[in-house]
Design a protein around this ligand. Structure first.
Ligand code: B3K
Ligand code: ZN
Length: 844
């Protein structure tokens, strides 16, 4: 497979004014009739008409009514055409029932649905399948299926057909079609200018009771985007459809969002508090794409972060407004470090705006999404809130209807603020996580902070010039008072100092408040100072960070030096847990420990080869020591934070439950699962039931609960995914691979459903000590299944290869084991381009 380069971008030779599509649906022989008005692009390179097309059988083609015979290849067709506007008509045949890749038109439980981003439309009909070709669409669906949906507003419908008209020009990746036996959960929303919009969530019969929460989330999102960004909805109808077989979370097709059912269906009995929060965020995210993605789209796929980074940033703002801002920020940084820092520090590192790719689906990454969102946050910090919203207004005004670029995006900020953003642009172009070393000096009332930045090399990028880094800093006096409220220091040089005057004593700095930039701070500091910040910092993020650093140091000392659990850490976290003036959700977060993967990277970065088993042992030992020291507190918190009111998935109740369940996991270490069993037996919501189930599995007392859970939920696919996942994630390291293997034999296992595949094999990769068990069984099982899945679903296979991306951290034995699995995957005949690209990059 050939790489394509951003530098090679050329505008399309032909533009499209309008598309009419007719679908005659049939599982094996769907006919797609297209009628497309083309015209030469005055800014294009000229030349023949080139249309993308894959896995299509061309039945007939016409230009301006006359039959033509184009040159057809497996990737598309070429045709000499007049140098004037013309109409292209084609009829193609496709077989949705055979489409296991879940890209293009496919079937899920008897229902027709589509996924076109990034390049799936070319599996539906011949078309210039690139985002800078935008057109209005009319769609006619002919089928006996009860419900037939497409983008835009409904037109005529009758016996066996339905028509849809989308007045907003869009690229083909936003096309969608759904047909099936569906039931709707209806509602309405009146926009700020008084327009009534019909809202529907469409589900399979039996799932109707799981729609109410998603609908509320949708209405809140619509209101929020009006209030905060001034963005109103622009069609008469907004449809959401839940689909069981889906490669990603959801898709923002114009007026017809298609969701993985796990990202929309919710009920208290079947969904955890975390599920509710995630669903609310994904509904918001897809809705917000209507402006940031659809009305303004991307010129080419290199610009993917233009819509994704911005939309992730917007959905994070929304969640912070709906729930708790500090808790959301801490959660997001945990995820960013776990996924994006890991990616940025390994063989898959790439810029937020990549310069080349083989398969674009491999670039829907934590870097494009989450780091992309961090860049928006930094920009907002640098220019200030007012200028940020002014720039956004200009962006919407200037680029509505455009397929835009990162240059366009930065230009609106330059034009609004008069600032030169050339240095900021490096954040988009240079991969890698900057390290910022900090030193300090205090003399005669003046305190000086000196920062030095350095970004390690990443594949294809050795030298990285300094970037602009907004570093939010506050200073505390030794008695705990804040003597310098948060101030944003703008670092632009490789090495730079900032001074603070008139201080009566040497302050304690709180650096990178709110995690103001996606960097790694390197600073020699004492555990006393960390404990001080955990107790006194006014910035909730850094307060949490101080506790996290203490825990990490304690664990590293245990692993590397055989130290005993650090009493000072346990005291400090105990004090936070007991402090009733703090938000329960924050206290639960403070009780969290760094992940096994985080510790492996920390050890590696400081010159120690990580031993996954030793990491697991240390975490177990520390958890046990904590439980013993905090016994009384755990009992008190567990009782105090039981929720007696009817279940609500809001921040208040879910915070209480998260602290009660953190207390349960402390209790569980000492009582052999007794309390967890009680909670499991009496739980009336999934948050409580699953927390108890996970405690029982960890205590080695999960057999009865495993059977009971299955019996109770065997008819609910989403809950059974949890059942698969829990057993693998909580298996002891030496049993993890065997547990996953055993579950793949279960009658409910199917590799065709991405959720189930991830719940089983993805869960194996989440069990770090199990996946990296020195027997190599974890690596072997995963490789087996990736090889089996690849011919069916390359996209999901390729994504899961990233489980191997950290392989160079480990000892020679493990490196050898992983390398032989990577070689085995690469040697598989007919391996997909998706997986080939991933494994080749990982192998290096
Ligand atoms: N834009 C889609 C992602 C499509 C993935 C294609 N492989 C979901 C989202 O970010 O909203
Ligand atoms: Zn998105």
């Amino acid at each position: 497979p050939q790489a394509i380069y951003l530098a090679d971008y050329t505008p399309p030779a032909h533009l499209v004014d309008h598309v009419s599509l007719t679908f005659r649906l049939d599982p094996e022989k769907t006919r797609v009739l297209s009628r497309i008005s083309f015209r030469p692009n005055p800014e294009g390179p000229g030349g023949p008409l080139r249309l993308d097309g894959e896995d299509l059988t061309l039945i007939s083609a016409r230009i301006d009514g006359a039959e033509v015979t184009p040159q057809v290849t497996p990737r598309g067709l070429t045709m000499e055409v007049p140098d004037a506007p013309f109409t292209w008509e084609a009829e193609v045949e496709i077989a949705p029932i055979n489409n296991t890749a879940l890209e293009g038109l496919y079937m899920s439980n008897g229902m027709y649905c589509t996924q076109c981003e990034a390049e799936g439309f070319r599996k539906i009909t011949y078309y210039p399948d690139r985002p800078d070709v935008m057109a209005t669409f009319d769609v006619r669906i002919e089928s006996d299926e009860k419900i037939k949906l497409s983008n835009g507003n409904p037109g005529q419908s009758g016996d066996g057909f339905a028509e849809w008209h989308d007045p907003w020009p869009k690229p083909a990746y936003l096309f969608a079609l759904v047909a099936g036996d569906l039931i709707n959960h209806p509602d309405t929303f009146t926009t700020k200018s008084g327009k009534d919009v019909e809202l529907n969530i469409w589900v399979r019969p039996g799932d109707e009771h799981k729609c109410a929460f998603g609908m509320e989330a949708l209405k809140k999102s619509m209101k929020w985007d009006e209030d905060v960004y001034g963005r109103e909805y622009d069609l008469d109808i907004f449809n959401i459809v839940a689909v069981d077989d889906f490669n990603m979370g959801a898709m923002e097709n114009k007026g017809l969002n298609i969701f993985n059912s796990s990202a929309v269906l919710a009920s208290p009995e079947t969904s955890t508090d975390m599920n509710f929060e995630r669903i609310e965020a994904i509904i918001a995210h897809e809705y917000f794409h209507n402006w940031t993605g659809n009305r303004i789209t991307c010129r080419d796929w290199f610009q993917l972060c233009l819509k994704e980074g911005l939309t992730v940033f917007r959905d994070a703002q929304f969640t912070a407004d709906m729930r708790s801002e500090p808790v959301k920020r801490i959660d997001d940084v945990i995820t960013l470090r776990a996924r994006q820092f890991r990616e940025d520090n390994g063989p898959l590192a790439h810029p937020v705006r990549p310069a080349s790719f083989v398969e674009i689906n491999n670039f829907y990454t934590a870097t494009v999404y989450e780091k992309g969102a961090e860049l928006i946050g930094m920009l907002k910090t640098l220019v200030g809130d007012e200028a940020y919203y002014k720039a956004l207004d200009l962006y919407f005004e200037r680029h509505d209807g455009d397929a835009a670029t990162i240059e366009d995006w930065l230009k609106v900020f330059e034009d609004t603020t008069g600032r030169d953003l050339a240095q900021f642009k490096r954040w988009y172009e240079d991969a890698g996580t900057p390290r910022v070393a900090v030193s300090e000096d205090y003399a005669d009332g003046t305190y000086t902070l000196t920062f030095e930045q350095h970004t390690p090399p990443t594949p294809g990028q050795d030298d990285k010039p300094p970037r602009v880094i907004p570093i939010a800093v506050g200073l505390l006096s030794p008695n705990g008072d804040e003597v310098q409220p948060t101030k944003v220091l703008e670092m632009t040089e490789a090495r730079q100092s900032f001074t603070f005057d008139n201080l009566s004593s040497k302050p304690i700095p709180s650096i990178l408040r709110g995690f103001s930039a996606p960097v790694i701070i390197e600073r020699d500091t004492s555990n006393d100072e960390r404990a001080f910040l955990l107790a006194h910092d006014t910035d909730p993020f850094n307060k949490w960070e101080a506790g996290r650093d203490l825990a990490r140091n304690a664990l590293v000392a245990m692993i590397r030096d055989g130290a005993a659990p650090d009493e000072a850490y346990i005291d400090a976290v105990h004090t936070v847990a007991r402090d009733d003036s703090l938000d329960p959700a924050f206290r639960a977060l403070a009780l969290g420990l760094p992940s096994q993967d985080d510790l492996a990277q920390t050890l590696f970065d400081t010159g120690t080869t990580p031993d996954p088993q030793a990491i697991w042992d240390a975490i177990e030992t520390l958890r046990h020591a904590r439980a013993e020291r905090m016994q009384d507190t755990a009992t008190r918190l567990y009782a105090q934070f039981q929720v007696s009111e009817p279940y609500r998935p809001d921040a208040e109740q879910s915070g209480a439950r998260s602290l009660a369940n953190a207390a349960l996991s402390l209790i569980n270490r000492l009582d052999g699962g007794a309390q967890a069993q009680k909670q499991f037996d009496t739980a009336d919501n999934m948050t409580q039931q699953l927390a108890a189930f996970s405690c029982l599995l960890q205590a080695g007392k999960g057999d009865a609960a495993t059977r009971a859970f299955y019996d109770q939920w065997q008819n609910d696919r989403l809950v059974i995914d949890k059942w698969f996942m829990m057993q693998v994630v909580h298996a002891a390291p030496e049993d993890a691979a065997a547990t996953a293997a055993r579950l793949t034999e279960h009658p409910d296992f199917t590799m065709k459903n991405p959720n189930r595949f991830r719940a089983t094999l993805g869960a194996l990769t989440m069990n770090a000590a199990g996946f990296h068990h020195v027997s190599g069984a974890g690596y072997d099982r995963l490789a087996d299944w990736l090889i089996r899945l690849d011919p069916l679903n390359p996209q999901t296979t390729a994504r899961m290869c990233s489980a191997f991306e950290t392989w160079r951290r480990y000892d020679d034995t493990r490196q050898g084991l992983i390398k032989s699995q990577l070689d085995r995957i690469l040697a598989t005949p007919n391996l997909s381009p998706d997986t080939t690209e991933m494994v080749t990059r990982i192998r290096g």
